[in-house]
Design a protein around this ligand. Structure first.
Ligand code: PHE
Length: 346
């Protein structure tokens, strides 16, 4: 037994001496002291020895155990020191590395909208905000579209489930147009009023290349003494030329909206064929870009404004439709799809 102990000790001390890494030392440690470790198994055999022998073997075993433990610990320190030294001397040369930076840019619709806002600020228009979740009252009723009126069919509406809210079904909705701001801002400000709303609207659409359930609108409300359709014609042309190019004329066509009288569809000269007629404009030479008109006297009254003193114009245009024309994008869904392949082109 004595021989066996000193043999294990010599053999392992040698291994410890030669070890190069902490991993090797761990393995050696387990080989000695692990569950089936060489040293750990020995005491099981002590039972077979005579008392005399045990008296000799015991201290020998203890000192071998201690020696080996200490040797492992010492070597661990050495190995660690070596690797720290190696790290301290290591140099990472980054002088040749090129940093790859990805530069983002504004979304094409945001860019167009920023341009529109700048354009109308120059004429004294201020931005106004109205809620995305609104009441039927502001989105429809105060705009001459009472419940059951057939004109409601002009807007595919998303209603809010009143579950747990203190409202009746059909009372709250996602606003279908920025016109929900009209009566609100009239109640808040006195004429002369020059305001613009450029923001999100929502519709229960059958989504296709030209229709989205979530869309932006650009609305202006201009109320003062003596405002007329001539102002509407002028501002429409100012708008289209500022965004699409100097040679884009505007024309007004009669169109029905319950909250304006007279109402108009505002067309811009087709930017592709300049009026000759092409595939994009369906051979007409003009593209409808906005709905507009003189604000209905009853709507002015709903906003606390006397229609005998003041008159106003309003329009709502689709910035996405204009961005499609300006940047030659065929599918309106490209804008909100988050598809970087498309967005990175701009
Ligand atoms: N709100 C109308 C729409 O969403 C557009 C419009 C705005 C028409 C202002 C007239 C006046 O279609």
């Amino acid at each position: 037994m004595e021989e066996k102990i000193s043999q294990i000790q010599t053999e392992y001390l040698e291994q410890i001496q030669q070890a190069q890494s902490l991993k090797e030392l761990d393995e050696i440690f387990l080989g000695l002291f692990g569950k089936k470790g060489q040293l750990d198994l020995l005491p099981k055999e002590f039972g077979k020895l005579s008392i005399e022998e045990r008296k000799k073997v015991g201290p020998l075993f203890n000192s071998a155990k201690q020696n080996l433990e200490q040797a492992i610990e010492r070597k661990r320190g050495e190995v660690r020191g070596e690797s720290y030294k190696k790290l301290a001397n290591e140099k990472l040369d980054l002088s040749d590395t090129k940093l790859i930076t990805r530069k983002g840019h504004l979304h094409p619709v945001t860019r167009l909208e920023n341009g529109v806002v700048t354009l109308f600020k120059k004429l004294g228009f201020t931005q106004y905000g109205a809620p995305h979740i609104d009441s039927e009252e502001y989105n429809f009723e105060l705009l001459n579209i009472p419940q059951g009126h057939p004109a409601r069919d002009l807007w595919d509406t998303l209603y809010i489930d009143p579950h747990n809210l203190k409202v009746s079904p059909g009372e709250l909705l996602l606003r279908t147009h920025t016109s929900n701001a009209q009566v609100r801002l009239m109640k808040e400000f006195k004429p002369p009023i020059r305001m613009m709303i450029i923001d999100r609207c929502f519709r229960y659409e059958n989504v296709d290349a030209r229709h989205e359930h979530t869309l932006d609108q650009f609305e202006i409300v201009y109320i003062d003494k003596g405002v007329s359709m001539a102002n509407l014609q002028y501002l429409s042309e100012y708008f289209f030329q500022g965004i699409l190019g100097k040679d884009i004329k505007a024309r007004l066509r009669p169109k029905y909206y319950p909250f304006v009288e007279p109402g108009a569809g505002v067309d811009g000269l087709c930017i592709f064929c300049k009026g000759k007629g092409c595939k994009v404009c369906g051979g007409i030479g003009w593209l409808e870009l906005a709905g507009a008109g003189m604000i209905h006297p009853q709507v002015l009254r709903n906003g606390g404004i006397d229609p005998n003193v003041y008159s106003g114009i309003a329009w709502g245009a689709g910035p996405e439709r204009m961005a499609m024309l300006k940047f030659g994008i065929e599918n309106i869904r490209s804008f909100k799809s988050g598809d970087l392949k498309i967005l990175e082109k701009f």
